[in-house]
Design a protein. Structure first.
Length: 492
């Protein structure tokens, strides 16, 4: 995976600044509560939601176990349908492939469907370095691009912006990218949408190259699927002469029958809709209809390494619905930028450290960006046990241990800054295996309780800075039990 955002601090540092931004917190609170309430009502309409969820989980697990076979099937089917398949091991290779394909067309600009895979590899920046300009066409992505900003949500990348901020961005920036916004533009949704429509329409009609991702790939036919709600995706997928799709290898599903399950799970769990407004599917190329050339770039970029982890691999089930973000109390307060990745929220906290490794400060801190309340697991439409993976990754950060990086088995060193935590855990392990020492320590703590500080000194301040230090009881539980129950026969 490409590097973290330039200069990105660890999650606690970034979150500390974010929670002080009252406008940001207000925007996030309103948006996440609205989306999750609508989702809850949409899901409640289905009596078999639990069965659909289990089916989605099993299909994904089966596919991941046999991913090698299904990816070869995808390649064969796409090739037979007139497309060309490219394999990219990492971000640099994927960017090189896409840039070369665009240069071969002689074009210097492309239109893009919203794609998290291309954001993950930094494709826009790579194209810009080669003199190619990429235009985002999803409304929220357009707002982010015009505002020289970063996405902060999987489903609604501009969730941190309110209507007034969007109006100001359109007024000041649209003219530099194409058709300017009306001078009298207001912040009403209809006017903002119309300004974006007029701005983008000229790009759709002019562009010769389109770039997309895909929500799903159907192995049995080589069909790619994009679901969206604005119609921009269909314009990008049908009008250009050349279409290049960059897709993570985990997006494959075996059959059309399997796809039917996810086309029920995804809309209700993401946009709270019974059916997605625009579901576009294409299989290779067809004479006289759509692009004349189609390229599929299959992206690994850490996914094979993730697949090798028996606990962490369940993160690859993710269908990018964003339901976990909308119920997460940490995301609601910190926002998406604090995660330092295109994948924010609970799913980002387990996916990014696996795709990128835990070598950087931000990636080592992400498994701790959670209260472990479990709300994310409850709403996940494919039953990813995010809290379980978070605890698993925390152990990896603190203890190090065996892992797979770039296809090689390695032994990771513990991350920096956790020496005190490891020492404390070793001390606790020793105490719990020596009852006499534990009893003596408990009695000493009880007798000196009046002298205990309210916060911990040294490295312990990181823990007690945001928590109350538990009060020590007047007597240990063992002594209380002996005094009140000791020697009594409770069977009589």
């Amino acid at each position: 995976m490409s590097g973290t955002y330039l200069g990105m601090p660890s999650f606690p540092e970034a979150a500390r600044d974010a929670v002080r931004d009252t406008t940001l917190r207000g925007n996030l609170r309103h948006a996440t509560h609205t989306i999750r309430d609508k989702r809850a009502r949409a899901v409640a309409e289905l009596d078999d939601w639990a069965q659909l969820r289990e089916a989605g989980k099993r299909i994904k697990d089966h596919t991941l176990r046999h991913l090698d076979r299904y990816l070869v099937q995808v390649e064969e089917a796409v090739t037979a349908a007139g497309g060309t398949v490219h394999w990219a091991a990492d971000a640099d290779e994927a960017n090189e492939i896409v840039a070369r394909l665009v240069e071969e067309t002689g074009e210097s600009e492309v239109v893009k469907v919203k794609s998290m895979a291309t954001q993950e590899i930094g494709l826009n920046e790579a194209l810009e370095a080669r003199g190619i300009r990429a235009y985002e066409t999803d409304l929220a992505e357009l707002i982010v691009q015009l505002g020289k900003d970063r996405p902060s949500h999987i489903l609604v990348p501009a969730i941190h912006r309110n209507r007034g901020e969007i109006r100001d961005i359109f007024r000041s920036e649209m003219g530099e990218w194409g058709r300017p916004a009306p001078e009298d533009l207001t912040d009403t949704p209809a006017e903002l949408a119309e300004a974006a429509r007029l701005h983008l329409r000229e790009k759709f009609l002019r562009a010769k190259v389109g770039i997309s991702g895909a929500n799903f790939m159907v192995a049995e036919t080589g069909t790619l699927v994009v679901v969206e709600s604005e119609g921009n995706g269909r314009m990008c997928l049908t009008l250009p002469e050349t279409l290049i799709s960059v897709v993570g290898i985990e997006k494959v599903v075996p059959t059309w029958r399997d796809l039917e399950v996810f086309l029920q799970l995804l809309p209700r769990s993401s946009t709270a809709e019974r059916m997605n407004p625009y579901t576009s599917m294409w299989t290779g190329i067809t004479d006289g209809d759509g692009p004349r050339t189609f390229h599929l770039v299959l992206l690994d970029n850490g996914r094979t390494d993730t697949l090798a982890d028996e606990v962490g691999r369940q993160a690859l089930r993710c269908i990018r619905c964003s339901a976990c973000l909308n119920v997460c109390p940490v995301y609601e307060r910190a926002g998406g930028h604090a995660y330092g990745s295109v994948y924010p929220g609970p799913i980002g906290a387990i996916l990014s450290p696996q795709l990128r490794g835990t070598g950087s400060g931000i990636d080592a801190s992400l498994p701790y960006a959670s209260s472990l309340c479990g709300a994310c697991y409850e709403v996940c439409p494919v039953a990813i046990d995010i809290p379980d993976v978070l605890v698993h990754l925390r152990e990896r950060v603190v203890q190090g241990g065996p892992a797979v990086r770039e296809g090689n088995r390695v032994v990771l060193k513990p991350a920096k800054g956790h020496a005190a935590e490891r020492a404390a855990m070793r001390a606790a392990q020793w105490a719990f295996t020596h009852p006499g020492a534990l009893r003596a320590g408990q009695r000493l703590a009880s007798r000196t309780r009046r002298l205990h500080p309210r916060t911990l000194p040294g490295p312990g301040r990181a823990w007690s800075g945001g928590r109350d230090l538990p009060a020590v009881p007047a007597e240990p539980f063992r002594d209380w039990w002996q005094r009140t129950r000791g020697g009594k026969d409770e069977t009589k």
